[in-house]
Design a protein around this ligand. Structure first.
Ligand code: AMP
Ligand code: GLY
Length: 424
């Protein structure tokens, strides 16, 4: 089989490595890819939003399966473009990717189908939102409706902050058209867990749980980032939590989408908060998490291509999804200054130590080749260093030891990824 992966981050590198293990696959392409993905795949210089060019490429090169890694093309309807041309593609259609693409949609769905989530109101104009805030309980959460690179959520502790937030989202359009509508949501407290799942329209199979660290600095301080590290499984995702979510959240979401005429095929990522009243949905995503994929996929025993094909064909019920009884930790190596401003183009050394290993992985997120053919830093998040271990403690020690194998100027990382597991 020939497989095309669309995207260029650490998540797509983890997908590429999983696909490369499939005995069915003889050739992998990645558009646009990066310097690390180039070891598994032939990188193709087409960006993720060029749907027609990507479909042309898939047709001309007889690609058997295209996997969409990123949210923007899914929400923009890339799957519909591929399907119209009779091309096999893994991911939700536009009318289902709205589960991630519109927070107002997903909140309304949860309300209608009684899926546990925070209470909320939706606003199309700033004046109504401002009037509502006058009597709302603090802290309060403001969310731009559309995609905003994971940055469209503001947690406001005072009325002044909340008013300023409405101005930023709805009037100044800080997140562009994503802020034409806004969800104002009740503030919840508890531990967060990420649960990824495969879905074929009717059946849902849950992957092993994970937890992300979104803030830039140790102790969950500093600005929100795309994610500074992850661990899997989450010790807080207990059997009771799993049973609750299976009963009230997972299948209910898949059935609700089907009932709305928006059959969902692909990955549903449940962002959960474990509140005192039980697990509640913080958000849905329509794709693998980044860097959740970097700790979940190396632990998956199944052939990922077989599972994805079963999703496309509506036969996921025939798959026995299995994970290793171990743990994994991913520490992101970033450019100092991320997520605000940072320099690029520094040569990176130390990759050779990871070669041929199946317990240490160096996933590339923001890397490129310079004109001398060296691999250099090319983004805020540069690499994701993942290690497995018998348990989380061992995996964490292994991952931090492996971060020392890599050197580049301005290398920055958090030192407390997975530390919360000590409290479990
Ligand atoms: P989201 O993009 O919706 O996952 O929001 C980003 C982050 O904001 C989440 O991971 C939470 O840490 C936080 N957050 C979102 N919604 C709420 C809420 N209702 N209460 C408390 N924190 C929230
Ligand atoms: N790590 C969070 C996300 O991928 O949205």
């Amino acid at each position: 089989m020939k497989v095309l992966i669309v995207g260029s981050g650490g998540r797509e590198h983890a997908i590429a490595m999983a696909v490369a293990k499939s005995p069915k696959v003889e050739k992998i392409y990645c558009a646009p890819g990066n310097a690390g993905i180039a070891a598994q795949a032939e990188c193709v210089p087409i960006t993720a939003m060029e749907f027609e060019r990507l479909a042309d490429f898939a047709q001309e090169n007889q690609v058997d399966l295209t996997i969409i890694g990123m949210d923007d093309p899914l929400v923009g309807g890339i799957v519909d473009v591929f399907e119209e041309r009779g091309l096999r593609v893994f991911g939700p259609r536009k009318n289902a990717a709205i589960l991630e693409g519109s927070k107002a949609f997903s909140k309304e769905l949860m309300k209608k189908y009684k899926i546990p989530t925070a209470g909320y109101e939706t606003f199309d104009d700033a004046d109504a939102a401002l009037a509502y805030l006058e009597t709302a309980k603090l802290p309060i959460v403001l969310k731009a409706d559309g995609l905003a690179l994971g940055k469209g959520v503001l947690i406001c502790n005072t009325l002044e902050e909340a008013k300023y937030g409405v101005k930023e989202i709805m009037q100044d359009k800080k997140f562009g058209t994503a802020g034409n509508r806004m969800v104002v949501e009740e503030f919840m407290t508890g531990r967060e867990v990420s649960v990824l799942s495969f879905v074929d329209g009717k059946t849902i199979k849950i992957m092993s749980s994970a937890q992300d660290h979104k803030r830039a600095q140790d102790g969950d301080q500093g600005l929100n980032t795309g994610g500074m590290g992850t661990f899997s499984p989450s010790p807080f995702y207990t059997k009771e939590v799993d049973e609750f979510c299976k009963k009230y959240i997972y299948q209910s979401t898949v059935d609700a989408m089907a009932a709305e005429g928006r059959e969902f095929k692909g990955i549903i990522f449940f962002g959960l908060m474990l509140t005192e009243e039980g697990p509640k949905v913080l958000e849905y995503n329509a794709r693998f998490g980044d860097p959740e994929a970097q700790v979940v996929l190396p632990r998956m025993k199944n052939d990922i291509v077989e599972v994805m094909e079963a999703c496309i064909d509506g036969k996921l019920d025939t798959i026995d999804l299995q994970f290793e009884d171990n743990a994994a930790v991913c520490v992101v190596l970033a450019s100092d200054g991320y997520p605000v401003s940072y320099k690029k183009g520094y040569p990176i050394t130390g990759f050779e130590k990871f070669e041929g290993r199946d317990d240490r992985f160096c996933y590339h997120a923001g890397t490129a080749f310079n004109d001398r053919g060296e691999i250099v830093t090319n983004g805020g998040r540069v690499l994701g260093i993942t290690a497995t271990g018998a348990d989380l403690k061992e995996a964490r020690a292994n991952a931090y030891a492996a971060t020392e194998w890599i050197s580049f100027e301005n290398k920055y990382m958090r030192h407390d990824i997975g530390k919360a597991i000590d409290e479990a």
